[in-house]
Design a protein around this ligand. Sequence first.
Ligand code: NZQ
Ligand code: ZN
Length: 386
Amino acid sequence: MLNFTFYSPTRILFGRNQIQNLGQQIKPYGSKILLVYGKGSIKKNGIYTAVIDQLKENGIDFLELAGIDPNPRLTSVVQGADLCRKHALTFILAVGGGSVIDCAKGIAAAACYEGDPWDFWSYKTKIRQALPVGAVLTLSATGSEMNSNAVITNEATGQKHGVGADALYPKFSILDPTYTFTVPPYQTAAGVADILTHVYEFYFSLGTEAYLQDSMAEGIMKTCIKYAPIACAEPENYEARANLMWASSMALNGTIGAGKRFDGFCHNVEHAISALYDLTHGVGLAILAPHWMEYVLDEQTVHRFALFARNVWNVEGQDEMEAARLGIQKTRAFYRSLGLPGQLSEVGIGPERFDEIVNKSLFRETLGNFKQLNREDVSNILLRAQ
Ligand code: NZQ
Ligand code: ZN
């Protein structure tokens, strides 16, 4: 286990009707806020009304920034920061999935910065200050509700980058599983693929095993495997939605990553793809992860894959290599059973821009920690995923 610092300051209010506490949670941060949300799902399912009622009951004035795109754009960040400065807003409330929460975090940082906000996502400067943010989560996937990351797309340059900073942790997040009842099966499945891939990024490591964290990681993966099909078949199954919601937060709040390294291959390559093709993040990960697993499986990595196969998928296998292969096959079949694609061609992506994807994914000579992969390897995996 490597040395680590664990910091997790977000207050979680989990369960039915936790929205009743929204006003009280916001009040310490002022009474003029920015309400940020997406393209309209919260108006259809009634969450918008519940939020507005709370704000009015508690005497909180608000301005709205609606229409945040999935894969949120830098232009929305700039627009929101302008509103905060112009109207002296002191708090930002995000109501939505990871895109809305990430955008709210981006606005929070940009509102406290004089320069071009892309400086943060191009790693020219660090985020040291941000307005306080709170979240009402409506989709289980990214973990943004309980972490310090914000992933933003610069549509002008075709780049999608993530940054992390202590100032970006939400002050609180309301996690009411009933708010995810209206998430369609395909989006539910994509969210599960995202949760699983956050776990893979930590679980698949060499020389940094941490029994406790790895056992918790296996628990999160088993939770996804058990409850994803139920949530897709019975969207209003509370236990399924509740387990997936907490799995979303636990996969990327630092718990299972403590003392481990983030591999990053699947996430870096997926961000490069969705920057160019505006693909749903979890769909890109569902395609890439099994191809990456097959590519990096060798004598060095087989033990970890065999553990994954045996502990998560209950695979027997005559030897470690056979068990490892069966585990990867099960992973692929699981995504298929949820209606997710297995190849890039299925989502209309051909090889034309593979070079660009390779360039955008590689910040250094190599990518990944479990197995360090060079440009040629990244290309090979893309060709297999084509
Ligand atoms: O636009 P609205 O109306 O909100 O609809 C959304 C959107 O179309 C819809 N949706 C959300 N809640 C719903 C609902 N539809 C019906 N009922 C509900 N209750 O779902 C669609 C997708 O929403 P989005 O927020 O884009 O999904 P997700 O939560 O998967 O977020 C994806 C973004 O987060 C980034 C991704 O790269 C991507 O940009 N990530 C953020 C991370 C982080 N901050 O830690 C880590 C991740 O690895 C990831 O990179
Ligand atoms: Zn992710």
